[in-house]
Design a protein around this ligand. Structure first.
Ligand SMILES: NC(=O)c1ccc[n+]([C@@H]2O[C@H](COP(=O)([O-])OP(=O)(O)OC[C@H]3O[C@@H](n4cnc5c(N)ncnc54)[C@H](OP(=O)(O)O)[C@@H]3O)[C@@H](O)[C@H]2O)c1
Length: 302
């Protein structure tokens, strides 16, 4: 089993789930560092490679039975040429080609992005859409998971929002968020390999809750025992910046367009279909916060 993006927020959770089940894991990493060492401690075999250099992926793909492709560009977009187009689109297509050529791959799980099928104003969504289309036409048995925003675990939420007491809401603070637990997505990616069904499946994955930014700020306020306020960021400056900065700072412009797209659209998952097909119960955010910091105080407060 090959896991790409194994050092990432989602990928390391996939590796954990596989190694806990005693499944041999190859973990793709971009460099030898302490994160790679931690993956080896967990029982994975690490392979150094970069999706922008397909030749570097050969040893990791050679003879592998399944691939969970959780690598992608998120957060920082474009540093050192690591753009959504180069990684999420071209890198993914190159990996798919290698998987086809290897002849041993019986299932390819692609982590895409909710909205990849209809959002047009950001390269990030388009790159994911093109990768999905390439996978569908590859002939490989596959599952495409399109997660909503991955829930911040307790520690991440504290660092990002608790410390500063601010939670950003793009667009309206009353807009419904499309959140999903990263642990649930990791579990679905693993279960996809053994869940019988058609050769080509795609799922929009969210917890199905109707949480708004105000609700999330209230959850954090309770969890951290200090106020977390919503800071509303209107969509129009993001859109304007996305167009104006395009010629001079294309990567920054793409980040702004990506955020504007998140603010403009309401994304719907298919929780009932996901739960039925995979035999899981998707985790509500309150529950996820408790699980990710299971102390009595958080249980009481959240
Ligand atoms: N985060 C979200 O809310 C969210 C929502 C929906 C979908 N997704 C999708 O879920 C996937 C994982 O997201 P995440 O939040 O776990 O992201 P993350 O924490 O930023 O992890 C991304 C992973 O991809 C690796 N990577 C980046 N560029 C690469 C390259 N050129 N070659 C090989 N590996 C490369 C990174 O390696 P390094 O550690 O070396 O940088 C890291 O392991 C992505 O495809 C993302 O689009 C995320």
């Amino acid at each position: 089993m090959l896991v790409t993006g194994a050092t990432g927020y989602l990928g390391r959770r996939v590796v954990t789930r596989l190694t806990e089940r005693g499944i041999p894991v190859r973990a793709l990493v971009r460099r030898e560092d302490e994160r790679a060492a931690r993956l080896r401690e967990m029982g994975a075999r690490t392979f150094v490679g970069d999706l922008r250099q397909p030749a570097s992926l050969h040893p990791a793909v050679d003879g592998v039975q399944a691939i969970i492709h959780a690598a992608g560009v998120s957060g920082h977009m474009g540093r050192g040429g690591n753009t959504p187009r180069a990684v999420d689109e071209q890198g993914t297509c190159a990996l798919i080609d290698l998987a086809v050529r290897a002849g041993s791959v019986t299932h390819f799980v692609l982590i895409s992005l909710i909205g990849a099928n209809f959002v047009d104003q950001s390269v990030h969504f388009l790159a994911k859409r093109r990768a999905e289309q390439y996978l569908r036409s590859s002939g490989l048995r596959h599952t495409i998971l399109r997660p909503g925003t991955l829930m911040a675990d307790w520690a991440t939420a504290w660092e990002r929002y608790g410390r500063r007491g601010l939670y950003p809401a793009i667009g309206s603070p009353e807009k419904r968020l499309a959140l999903v637990s990263p642990d649930d997505v990791a579990e679905l990616a693993v279960r996809a390999l053994w869940t019988p069904g058609p050769t080509s499946r795609t799922y929009d994955v969210t917890s199905g809750e109707r949480l708004t930014p105000r609700d999330v700020a209230a959850l954090y306020t309770a969890a951290f025992g200090r106020p977390v306020h919503v800071r509303t960021v209107p969509v129009w400056p993001l859109k304007a910046g996305g167009w104006l900065l395009r010629p001079v700072a294309p990567n920054v412009a793409e980040v702004l367009r990506f955020l504007a797209a998140l603010g403009q659209h309401e994304f719907e998952g298919e929780p009932e279909r996901v739960e039925r097909d995979f035999g899981v119960q998707l985790t509500p955010y309150r529950e996820y916060l408790i699980q990710s910091r299971p102390t009595a105080r958080v249980k009481e407060n959240v």
